[in-house]
Design a protein around this ligand. Sequence first.
Ligand code: ADP
Ligand code: MG
Length: 670
Amino acid sequence: MTTGIDFGTTNSVVAQWNGDDVEVLALDGEHLEDEWFYPSFEYLFPTIAGESSLRLGTLFGWEAKLRSNRVIEACKRMLGSDGGVQLRDRRISATAVAAGVFQAMRERAASSLTSIDSAVITVPANAKGGARYRTRAAARAAGIAVKTLLNEPTAAALSYMHDIQEEGTIMVFDWGGGTIDVTVLEHKDGVFEERASRGVTQLGGLEIDRRLRELIVRKIGREPELSPEERRQFELAVERTKIRLSTEESVLTRIPGSGRLIEVSRPELEEQIGRLVERALEPARMCLNDLGMDTTGITDILMIGGTSQMPCVRRAVERLMDAPTVPAEICHPMTAVARGAAIAAAIMDGELDSFLQVSSMYALGTTAKRNDDGRRFFSEIIKPRSPLPTREKKNYTPMKDHQSELKIEIWEADPDKPLNDPENFQLTTLHVCYPKPLPRSEASFTLEYTYQQDGLLHVKATLDKTGDVLVDQEISDFTHGLTLTVDQIRREMTALDGGAPRPAPPVSVPAPRPPVSPPAGKRFVVDGSNVAWLGRDARAGDSPSLEQLLGAVAALKEQHPGCEVDVIVDAALAHQVSPEERRELEQCIRTGVVAQVPAGTEGKADRLVVTLAERKDAVIVSNDSFKELQDEFPWFLAPGRMLGVSNVGGEWVFLERRPVRARRPGTGGR
Ligand code: ADP
Ligand code: MG
């Protein structure tokens, strides 16, 4: 599947290209509790891990957010330097926690019958080299091949421009959970160029939550006495109050412990955070200033991120820019970035006839020593913001005669800053041996860097005098200092399961592209209740299994690539499966994975299965013979109209079957 992932610091979102359009996945909606069911929240996967005293292993997504005693915000920590996080009695890298988040998203996708094997992943525009490499390594450790890393504002603009199809100068005002980032991009001749980007870290939704908490405590009269558990509940109640105040005029907040209700109105919150909103406008002013541009130079203003949904924020931006912002119905603050990433993936896969220019962010090069003072400096080979793929080379000479070995350091850095600037990033060191020691004059070599669109770097060094190749390799694992190898991350990930080893997911080779439209005849209508009951006996007290049904449907899709499948179940099924599966089934119904026949439908699901199959000219998948319907729909008695379902030793087998003919009155044996 062609996938885009917005790997946000607070929430992640996954979208897929389905051949015609982008679908945002309701990946974790089943774990969303009713009181968190705000518009579009079903698409969010909180980018966090958590521990619960009630559960073994690590929680992710909404479960981590709503049900854990301790929350670990992996991604945010990864963005600085990965100093590691404490998980129960162990310390593991935040990159491994992030890999766990990717893995959890991948597993949730698999249970909604889709797969994430490769993806375009977005990163904040200001993410430094280390964060980029860590994001890539985390995804790879979870078995996701990274097609390319795309900057969030570019992805948002791509999503918007996919619908609007115009050229212009776009301002992306992205105010999320932890930071605010403003970027101005130019969209011309199909190319997006980031022209200016400014941000404020530590100014996000969390800051607003803190101010709202202060306001509520003021109204209570004193700091409430809360247990650790209640403290977490209070934090969540404050965040919910804030979110509701974006659409409601006033909200009652229940204080955990005492159960007191405190009323907060929208004007009160707006007054409380007025200064924060004012500060949030600063990066927008700075971007315009950097470009020597006034507000009229901007053609479109995109409001991205959860915090930008607050009405006072939109108003403040419109006041500053003296222009309307693009409405949320056209560019959705929570999903536009993931949508743009999926569109980018579709373009890269050739599924969408469009053009996408990916550029490097930073300069790539090596270190060299100055002749005069012997000081080390960064020697640039590939310029920052080079369109990818690109290939560049440069010539170097060793410092001493007769060196038998060379150490070539590979760096991503800013050529205008000293080498030891914390934002510069050493990827690795290559150890290179000369075929034989040579005098300096004969030992010069050419270093050639090839930087691919997917962000992989290939390094080749050739001895100038003889043409001997000294090194020729891809830099895929970054073993220096800050970054772990994929194998190291996978080993650390076992700690997430509470110590139980987990099999390493294979890093998949991109699958052959599925056909855009299903080949004629490859349409199936699955009799879901029949498959869920397969091999189970109601009289013996068995229940049907949704897991079994979803497994069979996944196998059917795998055995018939590109096919179209409708799954129909009886209204009764939701009451027959286990309570855990019931939630999952409701989720499948909400997301359209499964269709449920309204209670009271004549002929129950059988009639809908057969009617739909007739209308769609589809093959019915069922072991039932629909005897009552044979007279009415004689077509399904013909060969090739039905597949039977069996599970043999865990393997799903679908074989053509002819339904058993109903006995007609008067034709019986007696
Ligand atoms: P990030 O980009 O940092 O991953 P998001 O864009 O998902 O984050 O924004 C998350 C933040 O937005 C959280 O602080 C959340 O409380 C806040 N948020 C989400 N929806 C709303 C809303 N409707 N009104 C106000 N704040 C919101
Ligand atoms: Mg975001």
